[in-house]
Design a protein around this ligand. Sequence first.
Ligand code: ADP
Ligand code: MG
Length: 249
Amino acid sequence: MSVVRVERVYKDYQLGEQTVQALHDITWSIEPGVFLAISGPSGSGKTTLLNLIGCIDKPTRGKIFINEEDISEKTPNELADLRAHSIGFIFQTFNLFPVLTAAENVEYPLLRRADISPEERKQRVAYFLDIVGLGKFAGHRPNQLSGGQRQRVAIARALAIKPSIVLADEPTANLDKATGREILSLMKQINRYLKTTFIFSTHDQKVIDRADRLVQMEDGYITAFGVRNEGERTWNLARIRTLPESDEE
Ligand code: ADP
Ligand code: MG
């Protein structure tokens, strides 16, 4: 069974008269527990693809399956429900509520979950703040925390619903190198111990090298798939040529 399956997905944006083709014929799938990097330069379609998987936006053509359910057939309400149960988000700019404490930020996505009691909510908040090493900072507001600590709060918030997938859009791009590495290690540990599937985008080779699967993108096309050779830094890369030939070649 795959946790995410993307099947012949296209995404066009309409900008006035102009159509921007952000994704062309994207197909791949992953099993649960994978730590997948989507790599590619700025503008290659990474955010667009993550937003489609996260049910924030819809493909122009093609299908996306989450836990083998076709999300194109769901109503807005069903999609909101799917997100609330199955998908955690981590953003480049952390996106915490500035007026809420770390604990309240982590609690926030649990508030729309009628199946989770207030006691269980408190337990989860404490548990996940602890997992990201911020047990002592529960009462701090984002402006009292460093960038790395803010991203840790965001990770705890993403995990609090116990999602089957965490989507992280350039999670280290606003952090210094050392802090970025720490955040990646934390995500990797969570991936290993809680078996949470992570899909993260990046254009940083150091970050890519922490992944165990790779989807490489350029100009809205997939240019390669990679599987990391067990226990090594090297990749088994399958290059594919969906990029159109340029005129000069
Ligand atoms: P990345 O995250 O890899 O930088 P994006 O998915 O943000 O790439 O963008 C892919 C392409 O789609 C770019 O050409 C970008 O300008 C365009 N694009 C992204 N979002 C929109 C939008 N809301 N409206 C119009 N064009 C967009
Ligand atoms: Mg982006």
